[in-house]
Design a protein around this ligand. Sequence first.
Ligand code: FES
Length: 618
Amino acid sequence: MTDNPLFEVDFEPVGRRVEVPPGADLLDAARQAGIGLASVCGGEGTCGRCRVVMMSGKVSEPVDADRRFLSQLEINAGHRLACRVRVHSDVKVHVPKASLVTDQRLQIGGLARALTVESAIKACVVEAEPPTLRDLRSDLERVTDAVESAYGLRHVTAEPAVIRQLSPTAREHKWSLTAFLHAREIVGFAAPTRRPVGFAVDLGTTKIAGFLVDLETGADLASGGLMNPQISYGEDVISRLVYAGRGPTAAAEIREVVIEGLNNLIASLCEQAGVDKLEVAEACIVGNTAMHHLLLGLPTRQLSVAPFVAASNAAVDVRARDLGLDIAPGAYVHVPPCVGGFVGADHVAMILACDLDKGDRVAVGVDIGTNTEIALCKPGLAYLTSASCASGPAFEGAHIKDGMRAASGAIEAVRITADGPQIKTIGDAPAVGICGSGIIDAVAALHGAGLLNHRGRLVPGGPGLRPGPKGLEYPLALAPQTGIDRDVVITQGDINEIQLAKGAIQTGLEILLESTGTPPEAVDELIVAGAFGSFLNLDSALDIGLLPRLPRAKYSQVGNAAGVGAKALLLSLKERTRAQKIARRTSYIELTTFPGFQRRFALSMWFPTGDRRVREDA
Ligand code: FES
């Protein structure tokens, strides 16, 4: 050990190896190896999601957290929580598929929207005179003179980083090139035939969706998504803010991982679209207030504790290179305004994409995620009203015994028939867990089959129910049919988690309707946005009371509306002005201070009985 102070950690079956100092924990080693190990609690030992199996080597003894989540049999077989394991020799570790957060089905698209393109970037075709002994103007002067005379501009400038690109590019293209102009500043150069490209991003707590668009025509060039790599620092925003609050090094670390993710996304989208990343002349990034602060490196401590105050809600244009984004050397990133609390620019983008600010109908937009944001508009109301519900990551499969995200092998749909459960998995792969839409389906099916009462208790003696280590459970798939050599089950504890999540959203919706004097039947349109919302079985959501029982024709599932809004904000200065107005005109209700919140929330956790809402018959 003295000869070699580092130990090798070999992660199988992915085959990644890293070297770590003695005593390092396995979760950190996995992060270092770039392995997306699930870690809902950010490594606090409280979520039980970072399970691994020790194959060889010496590590620390199991601790209480291991015993809380693992049976003695599992511990004897080498199962451990990665965040609780300290490495004391070279080790080999098996990472079960269900512990990985990669390979997720990422819904990134959304409703199409007509838009007049009016971007902040103007492409100027430059035909400059090459230098001669009689014309000794500098490269920059030569190009700015050409731009000014061709486009009737004055005082065109460029930063040194852009000038560094100019000299070789101009000579390569014989002084015929395209300059990308942002107001009167050149932010980049490209070959004469090239057009400016923009990068729009919906920076979600769990997922990142990115879009490359043509800044002149608005055409989509490429799109893609990835898991937010900050997940390994905690799945909810508070865990990440707390991590960032440990000090400047931690804040920089959590910022850098997301920048690295964005740079990887840019590189892959540019490859898909056949464009050079230096042709990406502007970006627009929307996210909730926490994502916004972590991205911009703003102070986060005041945002992580009540009353959850932002350091700034204002829209800002920052240099991409100051953030570490690898695009045109002088390019800016437009970050639209946030509303308040955790209601951020992604919510503004969703309102904009769904035209909720037009006030031409009574409409409610619900963007379901780890935090669920709801907005309500109605004719005659000067303000839009919004609220944010801490719905938690249960719909992402977190805090659910066999929960997982929507990846291959996740149970996504469930029916219960006289012959028992019928399931559908993503990719028709053997079941390895259950994702959000499957959990809601399972809860609705159990309730519909009379196996679950309206208070959310599994009914003892019900067909198919059996005792589990922590109360009753219902097997959805038995070991021989699963990909994990054990049954996939839904437990009483899982149902309680879903009750908390659905109760939070139902309460938020009810308070928003009531505080604006809007009876549910007056709602003309209820828009369900967000990746999870687009896979949600509406019938099941209505059956468990997650969403109000309105005629189905009033519902629309629009996918990633925040991403669509981000693209609109990238492509149109008018839409940016509109976003400013939306942020100013949106009043934000702090749900927890609403009279009777606790009682409402408690009642909202119950399930509807018959056609009536529980609250009405309670
Ligand atoms: S228990 Fe290990 S990350 Fe949560």
